[in-house]
Ligand binder design. Structure first.
Ligand SMILES: C[S@@+](CC[C@H](N)C(=O)[O-])C[C@H]1O[C@@H](n2cnc3c(N)ncnc32)[C@H](O)[C@@H]1O
Length: 255
């Protein structure tokens, strides 16, 4: 694909780069990345590499300027709001200076992503900044595909089923009630931010007889990907990049 660095017109493009495997970047994403003069990406600490930047690394060009944007992962609101505002201001300043800028987002930029806050901050603070959004493959879809590829068919939703993508609840009572609601409403659950919660989530699922219905997925798309029936994963802390799919029933009409 012969696209020269900086050949895109001035503007900001939010680019979803998928969950880990650089091959899962879309053609549109690849074109936007290649044509950018400035490549921005989230980092959780000063000097950090950034997940999205690591995913897109094979597609970056030496002539592109890197712009790491610090989004601290802290519970307090003030530092997070300040970071979103600072990121929006920095990106808008690059665009105002005539640059073609991409902001890389892990997975899809509309799902629990820093780029969504940047999008909101931009609309508020720099409403005239030229902006485009390119979707990416969410980790949940990549996990289902990886399971199906491994011989564990995992359609996310069929017929009148619902799919609920949300963070794993913080406590057992909340998860119990979520499981009951999901069972009653034919809802498949996709629980993100599983990591340290797996310690208590696993015994809870086992007590309810739900372990055979659950799929565990960790670092999907990375060389050390682990996608396996949840029963195979001991109740220990897992990495932040892990999720759980729970299907408590199937529609009546199936092949
Ligand atoms: C802040 S959310 C980002 C979601 C992302 N924007 C997407 O579209 O998938 C982070 C959570 O997504 C899940 N996640 C993201 N990438 C993952 C991966 N490669 N493997 C497993 N889970 C992942 C994990 O549950 C993690 O805690």
């Amino acid at each position: 694909m012969a696209i020269s660095v900086g050949s895109a017109p001035p503007g900001l493009t939010l680019v979803g780069v998928g969950p880990g495997d650089p091959e899962l970047v879309s053609v549109a994403a690849l074109r936007a990345i290649r044509a950018a003069a400035v490549v921005a990406y989230p980092v959780a600490r000063e000097g950090g590499e950034g997940m999205a930047a690591a995913i897109a690394a094979p597609w970056l060009e030496p002539g592109q300027r890197r712009l790491p944007l610090l989004f601290p992962m802290v519970p307090e609101a003030a530092p997070r709001i300040a970071a979103w505002h600072a990121a929006a201001d920095a990106l808008a300043a690059e665009v105002a200076a005539g640059q073609a800028v991409v902001l890389l987002c892990e997975g899809d930029g509309s799902l629990f992503a820093s780029s969504s806050y940047v999008l909101l901050a931009l609309r508020q603070r720099h409403p005239h900044c030229a902006l485009r959004v390119i979707p990416g493959i969410p980790a949940v879809c990549a996990a289902a595909a990886a399971a199906s590829s491994a011989g564990i068919p995992w359609p996310l939703a069929l017929q009148s089923e619902a799919l609920l993508i949300r963070p794993t609840p913080d406590g057992a009572a909340e998860l119990e009630s979520l499981l009951e609601q999901a069972a009653g409403a034919a809802t498949v659950l996709a629980l993100l931010k599983l990591g340290q919660r797996w310690r208590w989530v696993r015994p809870l699922l086992e007590r309810r007889g739900l372990l055979p219905n659950a799929l565990f997925a960790q670092r999907v798309g990375w060389p050390d990907q682990l996608v396996t029936p949840a029963v195979a994963v001991p109740p220990e802390e897992r990495p932040y990049f892990s999720l759980l799919l729970i299907r408590q029933g199937w529609p009546p009409v199936l092949p």
